[in-house]
Design a protein around this ligand. Structure first.
Ligand code: BGC
Length: 609
């Protein structure tokens, strides 16, 4: 203890002295120094004081549970802590904040007192916190084509993330999905590069705003690059697109993200040109850092160090490593040995650390390292849910409306609502909702599609959860069908772990057919993370709505079905006609002119006004 305090005082004094010196120099000799230059000077002055262990520490990211024990943050000089699937940091937002305050204090107790970055997978709202506002997944936001709205969504996500203790989100995913079989199609905005560019800019602006404010967060563009364009849509598979295609279709959103000031970029799991993307120096360093002038953090993905080539990923340009699941000591020791053995240059380490420190200064963490208590009241508040509900309404795409069966007259005497997805917030929200792979239960603060129908309708509503209720005397059946929740790996069609197909589950197909065969008018609402092959079900339905994964405000759907609002959504993906169209590596999307979609990109009907 004594030793520790003796050790700390001179260094802190030295650091303080340097900072004072720098700022007084600024005042006297160069009044025109930009904020950027001031930050660079501060970064350099800290870097000069750092040992190799402290530098490697700053390059380390861990989970706050399982990966670390008490005082590890201090003794291993950890640079960043994340929350992802796993034990919640507490029972309420205050406890979440307290957990991160406690860890921040550990970081501030190190010799140099460098604050931590706290990261979270807030990919459609602060979706790891039950009670937060959960927005439609990006595919739904893509359908809105509304950049202003996407900016608002990101702004609210930033506020609610800060309110639970985070200053960094691993969002937006700006992939261009080339195959509907990929289990992360819904994490991306669209198959269109142009639309993705517009929404990426809005998302970065909304999340980051003025980065040093205590209500904004650092955003992450992910996953660099080719995550959504692997052959057969396999997560972490092989991308075989030409360099020209990568440049034009995939890199353009990154160029715009960088121009918008994105703070971080996450490397992808896939392989390109025979190399794991984590080790692809040409793309990470030459293209992203040098070519695009990206001066933020390139963070690895899960266990990137041990999985993709150890020190070679650092040489390729990875600045911070997600050293999770047993990787922490291995990463720190192995990188140190690699530097000692001159396999990694100290210049590369210095560059990585400077990038981390730079973002910590930009976020204002040295002045303001703790979350703001008063933000807690912002979580899931009415005004935020109103924006989420608007996003739900605008994301709905009307694919068919035979004889104007929609909008439903509110006075309709009897309506039967069919299907488990109609009354289950977990199912309507998809993966990355409360749990990593999502869940099939209602969660706090959410409303369901059935709730909305009950609110709006003036007639009798009966609910037939499993499609065996035989309410054939109903005037209308609203049949809500869809996919179960899934996330990365487990959501790939063709993955051993699931029975997902490109079509609807047989039982859900039957819901539609059962009511159709009995002459009831069928309005089908599809809850899915991607377009599915539902050509027969569209034919059998009188009206068909693609609702994607709306999130917590399921009741917003009824407001459009019953005509309080018009449909606005336009398809963010071309919609496939036949399963056989998926025989190619890259699915039947718009780049293959020989395959005709059932509906083209941008399709979407509206009520006549
Ligand atoms: C995913 C990332 C995510 C990270 C942290 C990875 O497996 O690919 O998108 O940000 O986990 O949870």
């Amino acid at each position: 203890m004594k030793f520790k305090s003796l050790h700390i005082i001179p260094t802190i004094f030295l650091l303080f002295f340097c900072l004072v010196l720098i700022s007084s120099c600024n005042n006297e000799s160069n009044k025109k120094m930009s904020n950027k230059e001031i930050i660079e000077q501060k970064v350099d002055s800290i870097l000069e004081l750092m040992t190799l262990e402290e530098k490697i520490g700053q390059m380390t990211q861990v989970r706050h549970f399982w990966d670390i024990r008490k005082n590890d943050v201090t003794s291993k000089f950890i640079g960043s802590v994340i929350h992802t699937d796993g034990p919640a940091p507490g029972n309420n937002a205050e406890e979440w904040q307290n957990r991160f305050v406690e860890l921040q204090k550990e970081a501030l107790a190190t010799r140099l007192g460098i604050p931590l970055l706290f990261g979270v997978d807030a990919v459609h709202g602060q979706n790891t916190f039950e009670g937060a506002t959960i927005f439609p997944h990006n595919i739904g936001l893509g359908a809105t084509q509304n950049a202003k709205l996407v900016e608002k969504v990101a702004r609210i996500t930033a506020i609610e993330s800060q309110a639970t203790g985070f200053n960094w989100v691993f969002s937006p995913c700006i992939a261009i999905p080339f195959n509907e079989k990929w289990g992360r199609v819904y994490e991306a905005f669209s198959e269109s590069t142009e639309l993705t560019v517009e929404l990426t800019k809005a998302s970065v602006k909304g999340h980051q705003g003025n980065l040093s404010d205590s209500t904004t967060v650092m955003a992450t563009a992910k996953h660099f690059i080719g995550d959504g364009s692997t052959e057969n849509g396999v997560e972490g598979g092989i991308t075989t697109l030409s360099a020209a295609n990568v440049n034009e279709r995939l890199l353009t959103p990154y160029r715009e993200a960088v121009k918008s000031g994105i703070g971080a970029v996450m490397a992808a799991f896939n392989i390109y040109e025979g190399l794991p993307m984590h080790a692809h120096k040409k793309l990470i360093t030459d293209t992203l850092k040098v070519g695009m002038k990206f001066d933020g953090i390139v963070v690895s993905d899960w266990k990137g160090y041990s999985r993709f080539g150890r020190h070679t990923i650092i040489n390729a340009g990875i600045d911070m490593v997600m050293a999770v699941d047993g990787d922490l000591d291995f990463f720190q020791n192995d990188l140190k040995e690699s530097v000692d053995a001159a396999k990694v240059s100290i210049e590369r380490i210095n560059d990585a650390v400077k990038r981390v420190l730079r973002q910590k200064f930009r976020l204002g963490l040295f002045q303001n390292p703790f979350p703001t208590k008063s933000l807690i009241q912002e979580i899931g508040k009415k005004a935020h849910r109103t924006v989420a509900k608007q996003a739900v309404r605008e994301s709905l795409v009307l694919l068919k409306n035979e004889k104007n069966v929609l909008p439903i007259d509110k006075k309709t005497k009897k309506i039967v609502v069919v299907g488990e997805h109609a009354n289950n917030a977990g199912l309507q929200s998809g993966g990355w909702t409360i749990a990593w792979q999502g869940g099939n239960e209602n969660y706090k603060g959410a409303t369901t599609i059935l709730d909305g129908i009950k609110n709006v309708s003036e007639g009798t509503i009966v609910y037939d959860e499993d499609g065996t209720g035989n309410h054939f005397d109903a005037d209308v059946a609203i049949v809500v069908v869809g996919e179960p929740p899934y996330a990365e790996f487990f959501g790939d069609i063709g993955h051993d772990s699931n029975e997902l197909t490109l079509t609807l589950a047989k039982s859900h197909q039957k819901h539609i057919k059962t009511y159709k065969d009995k002459g009831v008018k069928v309005i089908t609402v599809l809850i899915s993370g991607r377009p599915l092959v539902v050509t027969n079900q569209i034919n059998q339905s009188n009206a068909f709505v693609a609702a994607w994964l709306p999130g917590s405000e399921g009741d917003g759907i009824a407001e459009v079905l019953f005509g309080d609002y018009n449909f606005k959504g336009k398809l963010p993906h071309s919609w496939p006609k036949f399963v056989k169209d998926f025989k190619g590596n890259y699915g039947p999307n718009f780049w293959d002119n020989s395959i005709e979609p059932l509906f083209p990109f941008g399709f979407g009907l509206q009520y006549e006004e």
